[in-house]
Write a new protein. Structure first.
Lengths: 357, 467
């Protein structure tokens, strides 16, 4: 009995060892080859950068034709050139930026990147979209819009980023809607992309917000309005906030009102100061520090006895910011009862203030 | 003789089954981790974190640094921590009754003044003597308290921390500048997240200046190199894999981030616990996730923190024995989770995995060696079978270690030179010949010590980073 099992297991083990040996060998070879290839490319790239540096600055300062300059570079090295130019795209402005963009838009680089964009390989598409977006290459808009429908999330993200950099306002709704197809395209990723637009995007977004029911899109749109300090959306956002049941939308709205100093929202904020959600109460207090006046004093004092310490803490801060001469009153309160939690928080805020001043 | 034969045969079969189960679990974890890494890299590739934090609802963080007799490095540590990139963070240094001049050093370097502070929460901790703030660095708070151990010091810090997120780090950890930006993202994206851990790397051999990693390199000592591979394996595929099942049972104490409310709800860290970093996570699963299974304890694969690894057998042994005792302690304290369907995957899969493979693993392995040797001596197995089985086991370990190096190469590539990569591959081979078995032996001894009542921490000497 032992012998039979022994032989069977032995065969199995021998095969396993053989497979593991082969697997280990392949893995090691693969990783070393990958590294060698990467190292070789890095070296080539460094040489190219060193060689190109002088040429690039001469081009920026002189009148050299961009097409003639790019013609001297072999197609094989286009990627190195693009990588070299990347930092400059993020830094340069005005005339220098125009000259830089010409290196892509008025040369063979543009058809090269467009052909990459048409390819089926996500890596190529992502890279092409990235540079076409940076160079504000309007010729790529049509193709990029198509790529928003790609089932590949990275292709969607890179195309969306390029369209935002190209300030293609029409694409913004496609971006917002297509994003919902992907589980891991978060609100943060979308905001990072959409903030690349200029403030022109706010007007169409406002029109859309009036009928938008999706709370994520509502919340992103309002955040963007705050980012661009877009005052015209105040009334619409106020209506949305009043009827919204979603914490995120309400908080974003409050932040927006504080950000653009929208005093018409004060009445609505007055009602939200007693909202059951502590984050909302905290945000209202922060907004009141910007928008409020002395008529809110008693309501804010009441919040110093809130059940949540963040609300209490922000109540003290808001009082100090909002009510002239409140420091004396808070000081008295702070030392009136050493065991009281609200007084302890007031002491802490005063301590922090004194040390900061 | 027949009975002995059957016993030995039965046990050998069990060992074989155990080995196959371990292999299957590790292979599954590797595959899951591989896809998770691809997914993660795609998600963050197009994110400019600083831009996102300018726009979004970032949550303020309190970074708690418990310090006990850290006079030599505390000033550098605080200076480096104050440089972390995050829009709103508070640094809470807790001097846990140091007997050296830790507090004096802080006084001399950070213009701190005593302030009136009343703890907001009442987590159990030794009395706080005084609280200080710095006029030079408004986000620095120093708590001076009576000695009570690491868990106690963290609890004191939580009681005074004012941010909704709490990050706990070791005073001698070297952090990546953008670690807070990275660690907070899961909290921003999902409000059910209550704890997040990140990848810890070995700093031995790296060039460190003013608390920052200037150049990543490998240590000269092979012992430290083995630990580099070990950490890659543990973090890149172990935790990544379990994360998919929401099954993280341990977040390294060197760097962890929690929702303050969650910490308060479970009454903070447990005092007198050997492995407080594992215990708190298991307790979070047990106390919080039972009522709300949507809550998540998650992990980001980015390297966020670098730590010093022991370079002598004595210190390494002490560390590993402490870790094992910590694992046993946490598992026994929360044995109610074992095979308990009320806790979902955690109860049915992850906790049993930790109990059977992490806690009992060394015992089974040592007994396995013993029975295998006995079988061989008694002629129950042939020499060819014995050699084949041991070779398979070792080769399998090699494949796993090499895979973790590959995962690192495909994701973060933090070891830039080819020579470093080759050294890591060699270390991945060599650690399976002696180092792994030594670890097993230490962990086995830890089990014996634990059950015979020796449950103390042991000494952990650190030689400090070369500046």
């Amino acid at each position: 009995m032992f012998l039979i099992i022994d032989i069977d297991i032995f065969t199995f083990l021998a095969l396993t060892i053989f497979a593991l040996l082969i697997l280990t060998y392949i893995l090691v070879i693969q990783v070393v080859l990958l590294r060698l290839y990467h190292g070789f490319q890095t070296k080539q790239q460094q040489n190219f950068f060193a060689e190109w540096e002088g040429k690039f600055f001469n081009y920026l300062e002189g009148n050299e034709n961009p097409a003639a300059l790019i013609k001297k570079i072999g197609r094989r090295k286009y990627l190195y050139l693009l990588r070299y130019l990347r930092e400059f795209f993020l830094m340069l402005k005005g005339e220098d930026f125009q000259k830089l963009s010409s290196l892509i838009n008025d040369t063979k680089l543009q058809p090269f990147l467009l052909s990459q964009l048409k390819s089926g390989a996500p890596k190529k598409i992502n890279e092409a979209a990235y540079f076409l977006g940076l160079a504000k290459s309007t010729a790529s808009i049509k193709l990029l819009r198509k790529k928003l429908k790609s089932p590949n999330a990275s292709v969607f993200l890179s195309s969306a980023l390029a369209l935002a950099r190209l300030n293609d306002s029409e694409a913004v709704f496609d971006i917002l809607r297509s994003a919902r197809r992907f589980k891991f395209v978060s609100k943060d990723s979308l905001l990072a992309i959409l903030s690349e637009y200029s403030d022109d995007v706010c007007a169409p977004l406002l029109q859309n917000l009036k009928r938008e029911k999706n709370v994520l899109i509502q919340s992103i749109t309002i955040t963007l309005f705050r980012h661009f300090k877009f005052y015209q959306a105040g009334e619409t956002v106020l209506k949305i906030m009043v009827y919204s049941q979603t914490k995120e939308v309400i908080i974003e709205s409050i932040k927006y009102f504080a950000g653009i100093e929208f005093y018409e929202a004060l009445t609505a904020l007055r009602t939200l100061i007693n909202n059951p959600k502590a984050e909302i109460r905290t945000e209202v207090l922060k907004a009141l520090a910007v928008l409020g006046d002395a008529s809110f004093e008693q309501r804010i004092w009441d919040r110093m006895y809130d059940s949540e310490y963040e609300v209490q803490y922000n109540a003290v801060i808001t009082l100090l910011k909002l009510i002239p001469g409140s420091e004396e009153k808070i000081s008295k309160f702070a030392y009136s009862d050493l065991k009281d939690r609200a007084a302890a928080i007031a002491r802490m805020v005063l301590s922090e203030r004194s040390i900061r001043n | 003789m027949e009975i002995i034969k059957y016993i030995v045969f039965g046990f050998n079969s069990l060992i074989l089954l155990y080995f196959l189960a371990v292999c299957s679990i590790y292979i599954t974890l590797n595959i899951i981790a591989f896809f998770k890494m691809i997914h993660y890299n795609r998600t963050v590739k197009y994110l400019d974190l600083k831009r996102v934090f300018k726009l979004s609802n970032y949550k303020p963080i309190s970074v708690i640094v418990p310090a006990y007799n850290e006079a030599n490095g505390i000033v550098e540590s605080i200076k480096s921590l104050l440089q972390l990139e995050y829009p709103d963070f508070q640094l809470v240094v807790v001097n846990d009754g140091s007997t050296d001049n830790t507090l004096q050093k802080i006084f001399e370097n950070f213009s701190i003044r005593q302030v009136s502070f009343t703890p907001f929460y009442k987590l159990k901790s030794q009395p706080i003597r005084s609280v200080f703030m710095s006029s030079e660095y408004p986000n620095l708070i120093v708590i001076d308290k009576e000695n009570g151990g690491k868990a106690d010091a963290i609890n004191a810090g939580i009681n005074l921390a004012k941010s909704p997120l709490i990050t706990v780090i070791d005073a001698d950890s070297v952090l990546e500048r953008d670690c807070l930006l990275k660690i907070v993202r899961p909290f921003m994206e999902d409000e059910n997240v209550i704890a997040v851990g990140g990848t810890i790397r070995i700093a031995n051999g790296c060039q460190i200046l003013h608390g920052n990693i200037m150049e990543v390199a490998l240590a000269k000592s092979w012992l430290a190199r083995f630990q580099v591979v070990e950490y890659l394996r543990a973090f890149l595929f172990g935790r990544n894999g379990f994360d998919v099942l929401n099954g993280i049972l341990i977040i390294s104490g060197a760097f962890s981030c929690f929702s303050r409310d969650a910490l308060i709800q479970i009454d903070g860290y447990r005092e007198g616990c050997i492995g407080e970093d594992m215990e708190i996570i298991v307790r979070m699963h047990r106390k919080l996730r039972k009522d709300n299974p949507k809550l998540r304890i998650t992990f980001i694969p980015d390297p966020v923190c670098w730590t010093e690894a022991p370079e002598t057998f004595k210190v390494l042994r002490s560390q590993r024995m402490r870790w094992q005792k910590g694992t046993v302690d946490s598992i026994l304290l929360h044995k109610k989770l074992f095979m308990n369907p009320a806790y979902g995957w955690i109860g049915l899969l992850v906790f049993p995995y930790f109990a059977l493979f992490e806690m009992l693993g060394p015992v089974i392995e040592i007994f396995g060696y013993f029975f295998f040797f006995t079988s061989f001596m008694l002629g129950f197995v042939t020499i060819s079978f014995a050699v084949a089985f041991l070779t398979t086991a070792v080769l399998y370990g090699v494949v796993l270690s090499v895979l973790s190096v590959i995962l690192e190469e495909l994701s973060f590539q933090r070891y830039p030179k080819l020579s470093q990569l080759l050294t890591l591959i060699v270390a991945a081979f060599l650690e399976n010949f002696g180092y792994r078995q030594l670890n097993t032996w230490w962990r086995f001894r830890a089990m014996i010590e634990y059950f015979s009542g020796k449950r103390h921490w042991g000494q952990m000497e650190k030689k400090g980073f070369a500046k």
